[in-house]
Design a protein around this ligand. Structure first.
Ligand SMILES: NC(=O)c1ccc[n+]([C@@H]2O[C@H](COP(=O)([O-])OP(=O)(O)OC[C@H]3O[C@@H](n4cnc5c(N)ncnc54)[C@H](OP(=O)(O)O)[C@@H]3O)[C@@H](O)[C@H]2O)c1
Length: 277
């Protein structure tokens, strides 16, 4: 299993499981639980969730999926910016821990920038870390200017990741933000790595995948997994798709395939505003 080493030396799997929009529908629950468990069985033991997803229903689904096997899992959750004051962050984390039925979150992220000064959120994150309630902290959806500000705040440089929109059709961060983070040893967690399935019918992607002998989803994930310090967290509520995505780890991109992807999905030539979903 390809892994990414966090600052501090801990290795986490480079391919994980997203959970946005999971846990919302009763009719899909059994299949979603089976999908998460199939992912864990296949070694995809990093699970990404957030207090925002389904107002906590995603965290509750995750708790059920990992019951009895908490120690196998690297659990990521997020605090909403509206809760990211010192007291609000502590309370949000307690509520997430209760929904997740665990005593610790492995990586706790500020979901996006809100009105609370970074230094205040960081104070709370460090207090949670000292108390053993979170093991690592990080951010999501921070652009380069935000990142510089975060970095200058006490404890800022100790972040483990910036979770960002990054896929073949959204390559903007590769111009400046990704290299900036890489130089500092901060991992990038690529969210919506399949562009929420919208890219899977792209004609060029279909053609290149046929050439590579894989599916478009596998090619899109293999492209991310080939990059240093990048973790991809595709979401699927289907066992078949989770296993299909898992097989992307076995795909080796040849220089010819890389070049074909660069022609179809050109890299940025200048700085781009950060995109979010
Ligand atoms: N930090 C943030 O602001 C932020 C924002 C967005 C997302 N995220 C995180 O990143 C995770 C992934 O992003 P995402 O859920 O937005 O989108 P995504 O992973 O790019 O795409 C998910 C969609 O692709 C489908 N899919 C998955 N594997 C497939 C396959 N092999 N073949 C065909 N379809 C497939 C899924 O359908 P099925 O479920 O039916 O398989 C679902 O509709 C989220 O779940 C969440 O954990 C974070």
């Amino acid at each position: 299993m390809k892994s990414v080493v966090l600052p501090g030396g801990e290795a986490v799997p480079a391919l994980g499981l997203g959970t946005w929009n999971m846990g919302d529908a009763r009719a899909r629950r059994a299949e979603e639980l089976a999908a998460l468990r199939a992912g864990l069985d296949a070694g995809l033991r990093l699970i990404d969730t957030a207090e925002m997803y389904g107002d906590g229903r995603s965290e509750e689904l995750v708790a059920e999926a990992i019951a009895g096997r908490r120690d196998e899992v690297f659990l990521v959750s997020k605090v909403l910016p509206g809760n990211a004051t010192r007291r609000g962050t502590l309370a949000a984390c307690e509520a997430s821990l209760a929904r997740l039925k665990t005593d610790r979150i492995d990586l706790y992220l500020l979901h996006w920038r809100g009105g609370t000064p970074f230094a205040e959120t960081l104070e709370a994150l460090q207090a949670l870390q000292r108390a053993g309630k979170i093991r690592h902290y990080g951010v999501s959806n921070l652009d380069l200017a935000d990142m510089r500000e975060w970095w200058a705040a006490p404890g800022g440089p100790k972040l483990a990741t910036n979770q960002l929109l990054y896929n073949l059709t959204r390559r903007g961060i590769a111009f400046d933000l990704l290299p900036w983070l890489r130089e500092r040893g901060v991992s990038v967690m690529a969210y919506s790595p399949l562009e929420q399935a919208r890219m899977l019918n792209n004609r060029a992607l279909l053609q290149i995948a046929a050439q590579a002998g894989c599916t478009p989803a596998q090619l899109a994930l293999a492209w991310l997994l080939a990059q240093d310090g990048v973790i991809a967290i595709p979401k699927s509520g289907s066992v078949a798709c989770v296993l299909e995505n898992r097989a992307a780890l076995d795909l080796r991109l040849t220089p010819e395939l890389q070049a074909a992807l660069d022609r179809a999905f050109p890299p940025p030539r200048s700085a781009q505003p950060l995109e979010m979903l």
